[in-house]
Each structure stands twice: as C-alpha cells, then as structure tokens.
Design a protein around this ligand. Sequence first.
Ligand code: ZN
Length: 261
Amino acid sequence: MSLFLAAAAGCSPDKTGSDANANPLAGSETLVQISTIDAVLNGLYDGVTSLETLKEYGDFGIGTLAGLDGEMIGFDGDFYQVRSDGIAYLVADNMETPFAAVTCFDSDLEIELPQITSYEQLEQFLDAALPTDNIFYAVRIEGTFSYIKTRSVPRQEKPYPPLVEVTAQQPVFEFNDVAGTIAGFRSPAYVSGVNVPGYHLHFLTEDRSAGGHLLELATQEAVAKIDYTFEFLMILPGGDSDFYHLDLTQNKQAELEQAEK
Ligand code: ZN
C-alpha cells in the first residue's frame, strides 16, 4: 500500500465532521455495523468483511472474528482478538469479521467515574449522565479496576451451533487490581434484532495481553469518554451468502440476554 493510500484510509484527525472518514458513506459520527446480531445468534459466523475494510469505517469498536474466534476490541486504530485462552492477539488486516460495529471515536463528553461496584451501577450512572436514550454512544472507559470479569468464545467449526449453545460453555476470566480500557457502545432499545440494545462493552488490559466481553466490574479510578453518534450505517453480507437463507423473522431477545450477560 502506498503512503498516500495509508494516509487516506480510516479516520482522519485533520478533517472534521462528515469528511473525517475516508469512506464517503460514513462520517465521523457514524456507527458502521457489519451484519446483524440476530445473524450471529443464528450461528452465522463466517467472515464477511476484512479488518482492512472495517478500519476504513472506524478506529474504535467491538465485534468477533470469523468462526466466532474470540471477542474483538479496537481503539486508536489497533484491533485485538481475545481468544478462548483469554490472551489478546493483534488482529491482522486480512482477517475477517462476521459481526462488528465501529466508529471514528471523537469524545463529546468526559466523566470521572465514582467508585462503581457493579456493571448495573455503571449502566445506571452513565444513563443518568447521557442526554437521551435514543441515539447511539461509543463508550470508552480508561483507568484502574479492582475487579473485572470477562468471557470469550471458542472458535467454531461448521455446522455452526447457535450462539446460546456456544456461550453456555464460555470460558470466564477474572482480573483483580488491573489497569486497562473498556470499549463498546450503548445502543437504543429500538435496535433489537439488529444490534445489542443497551450497553455492549469489551475490555483490554493496559499491557494489551488479555481481556474479553465485559460481564462485571468494579472501578478504582476511571474516566469515561462518550462519543455521541447520530448516524447508522448497516452493511449486510452480500452475494448469495448464508445470510440470504437465514430465518430472521423470530424474536431472539431472550436468547440475546442469555448469550450476552
Ligand atoms: Zn461482546
């Protein structure tokens, strides 16, 4: 790749507003999503978008990798995969994701968090600080945590089982007195079926060695940065893919609760 192309890709800090993203369809305030959460719940784990392409839409986000191979977390343009061994690996540009959401992170609100002792308390505190439930927010929390509990998911082989069957045996990881970054999104209730309503957060240790899908936490000193996100771009798997043949008419909310919590 030439130097010119490298500079043009992804989120550009020297541009503002809708020009900040190199992709003409997505501005810096756009949440760009690959596939749908219900496709994942239905076991559609084949990769559909390369990380190289995904990074053109954002420098910050979460998702999973082809084959449901772990939990993905990205910020400042670096994306990591926390596999079922709990270890974080840098994701190569040629790897593919079946489901991800990214944006160009640009903080609109910075809040010093009080001592928070549970995930539920974090949700309540952030909800009270946000101006509305009806837009998307990218959420980035940095600091030290007295407790973090995460999970990951093991890579699956075809025929793929539904997500709830995989998460029933998910490996769980606990951290005490750990520094790191939480990244993810708060989505409105009306995205049900498309994305995860409410908070969906992943964690990466400061030394970028471990992390996962966040299940529980207690903070020591932490700061939350929030990026208000008003635009939404959904990119569905194209071609005559398995996505064409899924039954996406069922309400999967109960399965989502079970798989994500
Ligand atoms: Zn997750």
